[in-house]
Design a protein around this ligand. Structure first.
Ligand code: AMP
Ligand code: ZN
Length: 121
């Protein structure tokens, strides 16, 4: 469910980062999306991009509010440029517990600054 109401967002860690109740090391922000550094970085650059509205995954958000999902991708592109990683960076979306999603508010991991392998683990 995509919502900005209190019932959907109460207790959501990333909604609390959007409201400022929980601090974050922000690197970009606009009306639709917010970028901040991951607390447990997996690469020299590891930035999370989140929509300001609550939705559990980005595909779910894309179905319900396509413009908000595009805003996340555009901010990923902006951050890749500002972080100087456009020559090789990875955008990862973990969708569901089976894919190691731990925070159920849509987010893109933008990773760069090191070599990557394929397939991912
Ligand atoms: P995922 O496992 O895809 O749900 O990713 C959640 C990410 O959020 C993990 O990489 C965590 O390290 C990161 N994380 C959790 N809490 C915070 C926080 N307060 N500030 C920044 N990153 C966080
Ligand atoms: Zn949320």
């Amino acid at each position: 469910m995509t919502s900005t109401d209190d019932v959907a967002t109460s207790g959501c860690l990333f909604c609390q980062i959007v409201t400022g109740e929980i601090p974050a090391d922000k690197v970009a922000e606009n009306d639709d999306a917010l970028a901040f550094r991951d607390l447990n970085p997996q690469a020299p650059t590891h930035v999370l991009i989140i929509p300001k509205v609550h939705s559990p995954t980005l595909p779910e958000l894309a179905a319900e509010q396509p413009a908000a999902a595009v805003a996340v991708l555009l901010m990923a592109r902006e951050v890749a440029e500002s972080e100087g990683i456009v020559d090789g960076y990875r955008i990862a979306f973990n969708n569901g517990a089976g894919a190691q999603q731990t925070v159920f508010h849509a987010h893109a991991h933008v990773l760069g600054g090191r070599e990557f392998t394929w397939p991912p683990g």
